[in-house]
Design a protein around this ligand. Sequence first.
Ligand code: SAM
Ligand code: SF4
Length: 322
Amino acid sequence: MLIDGHGRKVDYLRISLTERCNFRCQYCMPEKPFSWVPKENLLSFEELFEFVKAAIDEGITKIRLTGGEPTLRADLDKFIKMIYDYSPGIDLAMTTNGYLLKDIAKALKEAGLKRLNISLDSLKPDVARLIAGKDVLKNVLEGIDAALDAGLKVKINMVPLKGVNDKEIVDVLNYAKERGMQVRFIEYMENIHAHSSLKGMHGKEILEHIKKEYEIEKIGRVGSSPAFLYKLKKSGYRFGLIDPHKHDFCESCNRIRLTAEGYLIPCLYFDEALSIKEAVERGDIDGAVKILKEVLANKPKENRWSEGESEASGRAFYETGG
Ligand code: SAM
Ligand code: SF4
């Protein structure tokens, strides 16, 4: 079992497969172009798999593939199958912008993927274009349909932004509700890579929008999920709010993040990280596990988004995978 320095059990590994992305979401990517990590610096799927096996043996029971955009990695279905074949019971999920899903959803499901979180910030083509930096909506909606058709369990992620998509909070909720998907509204987390003009919304403001249309009831946090659940009184439909500015979910944080380059990141907010790349490349998996335990021993108690709007993180979401 993996336990961090604050006594929290860590059983959830999030793996960013690439920092590259086919979108340029305003809240995630810098305004000015930047250079990508060279492909040869990425851990190969074979190298990643060696570490994943050891992490599962140490007590990891849930793995989420993310990015950047994970669907940009070739042979993604083969990597999923490698993990599934090693541990069919593992909770294997992925977070994606959905743009490329239409053609691969079925193969991913057949390979062993169980769940998908798909980002959907707007149902209006022009707003979706403004946020992502290109015309994305049609593909994303087709991707969601393909994922549902393939039998994947799908949740929708939306980051509400003042003056951008805040009028669509209820529309996105209704869209998800009609299709039997849970929607989770994520508070915008300030970071130095995002467009500087953005204004996020606090959970309370997001709930105010929903309360104009629906009577809602609190449910609470389920397990170690960062989402606080609510339900619509009449229909019982459940939705989530991820509110890192409150950071009470840090108490039950059970996750560790691995970047595509092999850095283990103990907390989404902070810059600290240690690399397992060299150890994995020389086949020293015990050494990589030792590094994992060292990172966990130094995992911070909580993030610092609650300390005010000025507390932007230096971490890039496209590196950490959110
Ligand atoms: N490209 C995939 C996607 O967009 O779903 C996976 C990676 S993305 C970094 C993972 C999640 O992080 C997405 O749901 C995205 O909306 C969220 N995210 C990115 N930047 C964020 C920010 N500044 N604040 C809150 N959520 C953010
Ligand atoms: Fe790409 Fe996801 Fe970041 Fe948007 S949020 S730029 S889709 S990594």
